[in-house]
Each structure stands twice: as C-alpha cells, then as structure tokens.
Ligand binder design. Structure first.
Ligand code: NAD
Ligand code: UGA
Length: 461
C-alpha cells in the first residue's frame, strides 16, 4: 500500500502527472521535488495563472490539491526519505558532446537522481522510471541503487508517460493505456493500484521491463513517422493540385490507418519526437542494426527538410528576397495550447528567415519575449527597426501590430484564434502585395483572399 510518493522532476511530465495522481488519490501524499528553485516557487505561486507550465485544466487540479496532498519542494533528500514510491521524471535530452553526441540520450540527470534515491531512501522503495529512456536503462538504475548504503531494498519499474502537451490533463485523466513494465509482481500491483483509482483495469498493461522502455520510444517514433509521411505527401499535393486534407480524410477513414496524426504542418516539434527517434537510431546502430537505424533517421531528415522548405517557400514567393522586409510570425510554440517552444518548427523557420535578412514581428498568445530570445539565440532589436540587411526580430503584442507594415503573415502554430483573424483589418495595415503563408491549414483562406491577400497553404496545390 503506497502512502507517500516523491517525484523527482517538476517539469512538463512530473508536475501535471503528480497533480492528477494527487487529485485522484487523496489518501496519498505526493511531493514533487526539483533542483530548480525558480520552477518550484512558480509551482507554489498563489496566483495559479503563474504556474510554470501552461496546460488547459492544470491550474484547477493544482488548486484543488496543493497544500492538501500535493506539495512542491526543493527538499529532494527529505522527500525521497519519506517516500514508498519514487518517480524519476527528469529530463533526458539528446547528448550534445562525447560518444553518441547528437543521437544518444544524455542520462546524467537519471544517474544523479538514481544516486540521490540510493543515498536517501529508507526501508523498501519502489523506483519508477517515468522519464523516456533507452531500452535497458533499468539495468543502470538497478546497479546504482544496489551500490548504495546497506539496509535498503528497491524494486525498479518502467512506467513511461504518453501524455501530449496541450492535452496533458485529459490524457492523464483518461489515458488510452497505462504501461507498467517490471519483474516484481508486488511492486507492479502497488503502482497499478494507484492508477486503478481512475483508470479502468483493462487499460493498465503489464509487460516485461525492456518491452515497456522500448514501447515508449516506439510509440513516439510511429507517431512522428506519420507526420513525416503526411508532410512528404503535402509537398506532392502542392506539386500536383491535390489537397492534403482531402487525401488525409480519404486515407484516414480506412480503419487500419485511422484518422489521427495526419495533419500536415511545418514539421513536428516538441522536446521528445526528435530526441526519441535519434535515440532509437543510436540504439539500432549500437546493436548493429544499421538498416533499421537508417530507416528511422529518414523520419527526422524529412522533418528538417519540411521546416527549411517552408522558409524557402516564403522567400521564393516574396520575389526571391526578404532582406529588410517585415514578416509577421503568428505562433511560436511547437503546438497550440502550450507555452513550450522546445524544438518548435518556428525556431528553424525564423532562423532561416533571419539569415535571409528578414525583420520578424513575432506574436504568440502564450510565449514571452525572453523565451523567444533563448530559443533563437539572438536578442530582440530595440526601438523601431531601421533599414538594415541584417535579420532582426521583435515581439508583437497582437496579430494586427505584427502585421503592420508587413509583406507577409506566416502562421506557424495552430492557435484557435488564428482561425478567425480579421483579414480585412490585417490586409489594410500590410504593404501590398501581401501574402499569407499558412503552414497549419488553419486560416480562413477565402476571407484572406477576399481581403486582397495572396494565400499559400501547406499541402494545397
Ligand atoms: P523538463 O525538463 O520539463 O523537467 C525535468 C525537470 O527535472 C527539470 O525541472 C529539472 O530541473 C529536474 N531535474 C533534473 N535532475 C534533477 C535532480 N537530480 N533532482 C531534482 N530535479 C531534477 O522535462 P519533461 O518535459 O517533464 O520530461 C521529463 C521526461 O519525460 C523526459 O524523459 C521526457 O522525454 C519524458 N516525456 C516528456 C513528455 C512531454 O510532453 N514533455 C511526455 C512524455 C514523456
Ligand atoms: C508527443 C506524443 O504525442 C505523446 O504521446 C508523448 O507522450 C510525448 O510526445 C512525449 O513523449 O513527449 P507532444 O510532443 O506533446 O506529444 O505533442 P503532439 O501532439 O504529439 O505533437 C508533436 C508535434 O507534432 C507538434 O509540433 C504538432 O504540431 C505536430 N503534429 C501533430 C503535426 O504536425 N501533425 C499532426 O497530425 C499531429
């Protein structure tokens, strides 16, 4: 019976997942710890609109549980010591240097947190891999735990998270499945009984630990593969007069294919798809499966090509040059309903346009200027932009301000508000001839054309 949970890592996964567990299991004390004191203090902010993560429904869940049985703290050691079960929910980004750089996962945070558990746990502790990890990482975690001080015992489980950002709370409250991998039957049942408070029994899958670790990488690889597949067909649609939405509908009605994840766009972003496929590629190489590695590598390459293709399309349409031209960028987050910009396609597309000398006016309903600065690696220009050959960017307060004096509007995130823009008002403040590049197929193209704008939409020939 689990009375006390500690989650190491108060990020996009740890925060929402623990909030939902606390909400559904009021008898369990849940403490989410993080080394990042700023992040923890934001989780503890009295003003729930200032939580460090924007997710629809998250503030309500946190508001119900925080201080009751949900706690956010920087006291990592103490929280581990009093926990029956510890989730490892730390970041596992792609390695940037050393062996496997650019492909393998950087496991230093997993190793550190496993060492913290080894040092501070008391009695018997169930340690759950919640982070996405290379298959066979549990072996490393077990070795580290076994090397800790005597008098403690551990069971290690894999329980990958399948939530998507923007729908994290509904995904957690109503998951397609919960996956638990492990060998220790009583630990598996203890974890299953937590989810059993709200997840139907038939949706709680039990596998061996390696299948569980590998299933998470595989799920992300298959999802990302669908996006690269539809984006490849989008390019062919544009060349042939077909419409990728019609093609997507036609193939998606085949129950063997299904209708989801068939939206063409500017390429997939987010912290996980690329890193998880690269990790899969690395693992395949490690096991000598070079053809398999090349097969998955192509999903990432097609995605990179799609991002550059869209930037090139903008430049080519604007008479082959955007130097000194103002372009309104609508949307910077990697998808709608999140403030996350990790690997957002907007980063590559904006960098390409800056490289071409464009003056970008960027608007996103949830992403602030500091985040954009960090993502682009360049500060915004101060004051009114002067004529210049160098690319520069500024934050815009709304779409109309962004469009003012612009030669084009480029829609990169599918925020709902971009589907009902006032195209007459926007066209009136733009420099003519003016374009709309809709990389998400969200704009009302008819209304934009009626307002005198030239319109390009992804996947429409
Ligand atoms: P994140 O970067 O938002 O959060 C990780 C947190 O862990 C950070 O705040 C960091 O400070 C903290 N941390 C690292 N080492 C620590 C330590 N030793 N002690 C205390 N805190 C520590 O990452 P995330 O997006 O929440 O992802 C976490 C894991 O979940 C990754 O493996 C990711 O692949 C996986 N995942 C992410 C998503 C998603 O939607 N973001 C979905 C499913 C799975
Ligand atoms: C994805 C998976 O969907 C989750 O199951 C998984 O848990 C998570 O990765 C993870 O491991 O981090 P997420 O990246 O948050 O979730 O969001 P998605 O909805 O999958 O979107 C990823 C990217 O693909 C976004 O840039 C989105 O715009 C793009 N996308 C998605 C498309 O271009 N077309 C689609 O049809 C769907």
């Amino acid at each position: 019976m689990i009375h006390s949970i500690c989650c190491i890592g108060a990020g996009y996964v740890g925060g929402p997942t623990m909030a939902v567990i606390a909400d559904r299991c009021p008898q369990i004390q849940v403490t989410v710890v993080d080394l990042n004191a700023r992040r923890i203090s934001a989780w503890n902010d009295d003003d729930l609109s200032r939580l460090p993560i924007y997710e629809p429904g998250l503030a309500e869940v946190v508001g119900r549980c925080r201080g009751r049985n949900l706690h956010f703290s920087t006291e990592v050691e103490g929280a581990i010591a009093s926990a029956d079960l510890v989730f490892l929910s730390v970041n596992t980004p792609t390695k940037t240097k050393g062996a496997g750089a650019g492909q393998a996962s950087d496991l230093r945070w997993i190793e550190t947190s496993a060492r913290q558990v080894a040092a501070n746990a008391s009695g018997h502790t169930i340690v759950v891999e919640k982070s996405t990890l290379p298959v066979r990482t549990a072996e490393t975690v077990k070795t580290i735990l076994a090397a800790g001080p005597a008098g403690k015992s551990f069971a290690v489980l894999s329980n990958p998270e399948f939530l998507a950002e923007g729908t994290a709370i509904t995904d957690l409250e109503n998951p397609d499945r919960v996956l638990i991998g492990g060998e220790d039957a009583s630990a598996i049942e203890a974890l299953a009984s937590i989810y059993g408070h709200w997840v139907p029994a038939e949706r709680i899958l039990r596998t061996n630990i390696w299948s569980s670790e590998l299933s998470k990488l595989t799920a992300n690889a298959f999802l990302a593969q669908r996006i690269s597949s539809i984006n490849s067909i989008a390019a062919l649609c544009e060349a042939t007069g077909a419409d990728v939405i019609e093609v997507g509908r036609a193939i998606g009605t085949d129950s063997r294919l299904g209708s989801k994840f068939l939206k063409a766009g500017p390429g997939f972003g987010g912290s996980c798809f690329q890193k998880d496929i690269l990790n899969l590629v690395y693992l395949c190489g490690h096991y000598g499966l070079h053809e398999v590695a090349r097969y998955w590598q192509q999903v990432v390459e097609l995605n990179a090509w799609q991002k550059h293709r869209i930037a090139s399309k903008v430049v080519a349409s604007l008479f082959g040059t955007v130097t000194g031209k103002r372009l309104a960028i609508l949307g910077f987050a990697f998808k709608a309903d999140t403030n996350d910009t990790r690997e957002a396609p907007a980063i590559t597309i904006c960098r390409d346009l800056l490289e071409e000398g464009a003056q970008l006016a960027i608007y996103d309903p949830k992403v602030d200027g500091e985040q954009i600065r960090q993502a682009l690696g360049v500060p915004p220009s101060a004051g009114a932009p002067a004529p210049s050959d160098d690319g520069l960017w500024q934050l815009a307060a709304d779409p109309l301000t962004a469009a003012s004096g612009a030669d084009a509007i480029v829609i990169l995130t599918e925020w709902k508000t971009f589907s009902s823009l006032d195209w007459s008002a926007l066209s009136a403040v733009m420099r003519q001839p003016a374009w709309v590049f809709d990389a998400r197929r969200i704009a009302d193209a008819g209304a934009a054309r009626a307002a005198g704008l030239k319109v390009w939409q992804v996947g429409l020939g």
